[in-house]
Design a protein around this ligand. Structure first.
Ligand code: SF4
Ligand code: SF4
Length: 428
């Protein structure tokens, strides 16, 4: 049984119960009472000590504190995949400085997926996972291979699958052909962008030319004739911080340009000295300024994500969905846990050209292994008050600590700082 308290001023506390993800307001007497309950003092003794607590309240506190909860993994639906990422292009027309795929090729040959491979991918993956929520076309830059995207969309719809179709694009290409795909297949588009001054430095074209004007023009063109792009992705780096741009400044500046559409905002995952953020306290410090900012999401804990996750009360047993909720297929048909592991032989699940039986048993076995990594009861996270809530990129973990299951200390401190500040803002 456990709790975490956050001082919200004037003798009041936010009390967070990690095992049940409940949040209440209390005072110092509440904390004393909880300590007594945790040390298994009886209700009678607690009353004798002067606490006015009813039988019902006493047992309610025990429940919130997590009495009897063991955090065994819930059974998972092995026929359901949240997101299938299909790398239709292993090349890109940009060279973003923070690209974790080495200019889109993931240290492999720069090439495109062919139509036969994409259809085989869909046939096999739908046999392994009859229900796939989202197919995300990815790269490199996916618009470099629109014909294969089109063939895949046609296959999905011809087979009456209810999967959402979409892509993450660098925004350098927009055309009538893309609009037709958007409108015919209800195809969702997310643009990766930055504010103007940083976009041209951090997200240049191959050869170094600036990209911002092209991306903005394409964004406006698609918006004029469709409901897309329906999302943007923004990455915060040390270079922003060095220029005095805080995470809040970046969110607000990008919003001024691209409007109030859902934004995924993440700290960079990089070991490059110039890009890896030296001091993550800027995230916590931005919280106050982003208090009312709507539609702002992050894979790390950041503003809206904290409140959403608390509202869902959905315990996160794993750091992220890599390998069991998400799976990526390379241009050659090799299957990996997610896009970040592309090309890493240690994480290859198989190839779509393998026989269905061989592929299925390998995918299920390896995705089980990833699902079974329960951080709530294991390793460094076991004793942390954020362990039922925390979300981390396991690939970033492996880059920074050489262990997918261990988050770097500065990232943990940042997550705790952001969490406590969001709770304080909400309750005070
Ligand atoms: S803050 Fe760090 S130790 Fe705590 S749950 Fe998250 S990753 Fe684990
Ligand atoms: S490892 Fe990183 S990129 Fe892959 S699913 Fe997890 S958070 Fe996303």
């Amino acid at each position: 049984m456990r709790y975490h308290s956050i001082d919200i001023g004037e003798g009041r506390y936010g009390v967070y119960f990690p095992d049940t993800m409940k949040l209440i307001k209390g005072n110092s007497a509440t904390l004393m009472l909880l300590d007594k309950i945790i040390s298994n003092e009886s209700l009678e003794k607690i009353k004798e000590d002067g606490f006015l607590v009813s039988h019902e309240e006493y047992y309610n506190y025990r429940k919130m504190l997590g009495e009897g909860i063991t955090h065994e993994l819930p059974l998972r639906d092995k026929k359901h995949l949240g997101e299938l990422i299909i790398h239709v292009s292993n090349d890109c027309n940009m060279r973003c400085l923070y690209c974790y795929g080495n200019g889109g090729c993931y240290n492999m040959k720069r090439e495109f997926m062919d139509e036969e491979t994409v259809i085989e991918t869909l046939e096999k993956m739908y046999k392994i996972y009859p229900k796939i929520d989202l197919i995300n076309f990815f790269g490199g830059e996916p618009t470099l291979n629109l014909n294969v995207i089109k063939a895949a969309c046609a296959y999905v719809r011809a087979n009456n699958k209810e999967t959402i179709l979409g892509m993450v694009s660098n925004g350098t290409y927009a055309s009538k052909e893309l609009l037709d795909i958007i409108n015919e297949y209800d195809f969702k588009v997310t643009f990766s962008v930055d504010m103007q001054s940083m976009q041209d430095t951090l997200r240049p074209m191959v050869g170094g030319k600036p990209s911002f004007e092209t991306v903005l023009k394409n964004f406006r063109y698609l918006k004029k004739y469709s409901s897309e792009p329906s999302g943007i992705e923004v990455t915060y780096t040390e270079m922003h911080r060095q220029k005095g741009i805080s995470p809040a400044d970046l969110v607000k500046e990008v919003r001024k340009i691209f409007g109030n559409i859902p934004m995924i905002f993440n700290p960079v995952s990089s070991c490059d000295e110039k890009l890896d953020i030296k001091d993550l306290s800027c995230f916590g410090e931005s919280i106050e300024q982003l208090k009312g900012e709507p539609k702002l999401y992050s894979t790390t804990s950041f503003v809206q994500s904290v409140l959403l996750r608390l509202a869902e009360k959905n315990i996160k047993y794993q750091f992220c969905a890599s390998g069991f909720g998400k799976t990526a297929v390379s241009t050659k048909g090799d299957i990996y846990p997610c896009q970040a592991f592309l090309g890493d032989e240690n994480y290859r699940f198989g190839n779509v050209k393998d026989t269905l039986d061989v592929l299925k048993s390998s995918v299920i076995k390896k995705s089980d292994e990833m699902y079974n990594q329960n951080k709530v009861i294991n390793g460094k996270c076991k004793d942390c008050y954020l362990n039922t809530y925390c979300h981390r990129c396991i690939h970033d973990n492996s880059l920074k600590t050489c262990d997918v299951g261990v988050s770097p200390d500065d990232m943990c401190e940042m997550q705790k700082d952001v969490f406590d500040r969001v709770i304080r803002n909400k309750l005070s």
